[in-house]
Ligand binder design. Structure first.
Ligand code: NI
Length: 164
């Protein structure tokens, strides 16, 4: 396992549409191990492969609400409802912003441990927010895109903030 430097907003890799993974081979398994290590070290509750410079559709999430999950080729199947949330991102260090996310989220992807498709549902929790946030990352979207303008980006003071 290895700690990989996290790319920051402005890095073009964060704006690419990441490629789908064709085969879950050892290199993908190593990538996921590196992502876990890098995420926990940051620390964050989620990470997408482009954030460590790898433009592939792979995400990891551990919000503490449900079992930690890695998903390959994740996509949103269904979402509904709206809620205003505070959000941060490891690729936008030192800031947070308020934005609108869905209340209910259903996503699907491949579980790298089994190679089988799984569906995950989340409602009104950080996990739902993280699913939307990380799946945005593999589509080249950052949470700051949803803010009304640069003034909506609020500098973090001394309060530790959940980041992903
Ligand atoms: Ni992020």
């Amino acid at each position: 396992m290895a700690l990989i430097p996290i790319r920051r907003a402005g890095d073009p890799v964060l704006r690419e549409t990441a490629r789908r993974v064709r085969t879950i081979d050892n290199s993908i398994k190593r990538l996921i191990e590196d992502m876990w290590e890098t995420m926990y070290d940051a620390p964050g509750v989620g990470l997408a492969a482009p954030q460590i410079g790898i433009p592939l559709k792979v995400i990891v999430i551990d919000t503490g609400e449900v079992e930690p999950i890695a998903l390959v080729n994740p996509e949103i199947v269904k979402r509904s409802g709206e809620r205003r949330l505070d959000e941060g991102c490891l690729s936008v260090p030192g800031f947070r912003g308020e934005l609108t996310r869905s209340t209910k989220v259903t996503a699907r992807g491949i579980d790298p441990a089994t190679g089988k498709e799984v569906r995950v549902k989340a409602e009104n929790n950080v996990f739902a927010q993280a699913l939307e946030h990380e799946i945005d990352h593999v589509n080249g979207i950052l949470y700051i895109d949803y803010l009304s303008g640069p003034e909506a980006l609020i500098p973090l003071t001394d309060a530790p903030e959940v980041q992903r």
